[in-house]
Unconditional design. Structure first.
Length: 368
């Protein structure tokens, strides 16, 4: 019941007030002024005698804003009751103002008082995230765009107008595009092809600068991980291999090893070795798929053959087509043996050639 009566009394007061305003005065003050700072001399501004303020029991009515501004009747001035944070009071609303009323009794008089709170540059821009990460394939084409989140500045006006810079600009440049709603889209644009084999991790610094005085800045680190594509074929690591094979060499003997490497990473760098020779060669030799070891699996008989040709293939597992990413390695063997030796021996010479339809042919001679 009491709250109901109070509500009606307040409503009646406001109705009477609206029809009885004697004058209006406006002030503007910057936010964050210390408690007790002077807002304005209301006695002089409204032409009110100090005696009238005292006899009329002058007071400020401001509803929810009462705590921000008070009246000193002895001096006829308005004072701040506490620091005023414009962002907390009005957020992005402009103008930000306190609407007060000065009330006097005997006779009853009302005056409108508006106090505009002026923004100061007390908020630096801030990015939504502490850091930004991208995983970008090295196959990304020039002009590819990657969206960046804008920084946020709680101030208003020129204090919230932000400019951006991105460094270094070796691979990416910054693009800002204005939208119809006044916002701007910010993107990182690829201007130089990425090469994971040259640089796998890129670190960039995005800086936001506001338009206040003094200018306030904020930065965020951008981490770019360059993802591998299967753009490198296996390459044999050694140009010449040498080995000797006595005729009585036991089975499962490792004759020699071939080795290829791949500049890619992950599954693109996993190499599997195959022997694609035919006939007696497959019966006599084998290659370990993982290690590249060439192993004798049969009995070498000089009288049957003194010369063998081994065809070895090194293949990566990048998932691209065979014709462009599966190099072929051909091994040619030549055996020389004097028949009058008590124990026959083979000298095997292997020649490796790497083939790729997309990459230029390269040849390597390998001698066993």
């Amino acid at each position: 019941m009491a709250s109901f009566v109070m509500w009606h009394a307040t409503a009646l007061f406001m109705i009477l007030f609206r029809y009885s305003v004697r004058g209006h005065i406006s002030y503007s003050i910057p936010e964050e002024m210390p408690k007790g700072s002077i807002v304005g001399n209301i006695s002089q501004g409204l032409g009110l005698d100090l005696k009238r303020l005292k006899s009329g029991k002058a007071r400020i009515f401001a509803g929810d804003n009462t705590e921000f501004v008070g009246l000193n009747k002895e001096r006829g001035i308005l004072l701040t009751e506490e620091k005023i944070d414009r962002e907390a009071l009005c957020a992005k609303t402009t103008p930000c103002a306190l609407h007060l009323q000065l009330i006097l009794e005997n006779p009853m008089e009302w005056y409108d008082v508006t106090v505009e709170i002026i923004d100061i540059n007390d908020n630096a821009p801030s990015f939504p995230k502490g850091e930004i990460t991208f995983e970008i394939s090295e196959s990304a084409v020039i002009g590819a765009r990657f969206m960046l989140e804008n920084a946020i500045d709680l101030d208003v006006g020129s204090n919230s107008h932000l400019s951006y810079s991105l460094k270094p600009t070796d691979n990416f440049v910054l693009s800002l595009q204005s939208q119809t709603d006044g916002d701007r889209n910010m993107e990182m644009v690829l201007q130089k092809v990425l090469d994971r084999e040259n640089k796998e991790q890129l670190s960039l610094l995005l800086t936001a600068v506001d338009g206040g005085e003094p200018q306030l800045t904020s930065t965020v680190r951008i981490h770019v991980t360059v993802l591998d594509i299967n753009d490198n074929p296996p390459v044999f690591n050694q140009r010449v291999y040498k080995a000797t094979l006595p005729e009585n060499t036991p089975k499962d003997t490792v004759i020699t090893s071939v080795s290829a490497s791949d500049a890619d990473e992950g599954s693109n760098a996993i190499i599997t070795y195959y022997m694609s020779s035919t006939g007696d060669v497959n019966d006599l030799f084998m290659v370990d798929a993982r290690s590249g070891k060439i192993i004798l699996k049969g009995s070498a008989d000089f009288e049957k053959a003194s010369r063998y040709q081994l065809n070895i293939q090194a293949r990566d597992q990048g998932g691209l087509s065979d014709s462009c990413k599966l190099p072929w390695v051909a091994l040619y063997s030549y055996a020389c043996l004097k028949r009058d030796l008590k124990t026959s021996a083979y000298i095997v010479l292997l020649s490796l050639s790497v083939w790729n339809t997309e990459i230029r042919r390269s040849s390597q001679n390998v001698f066993l």
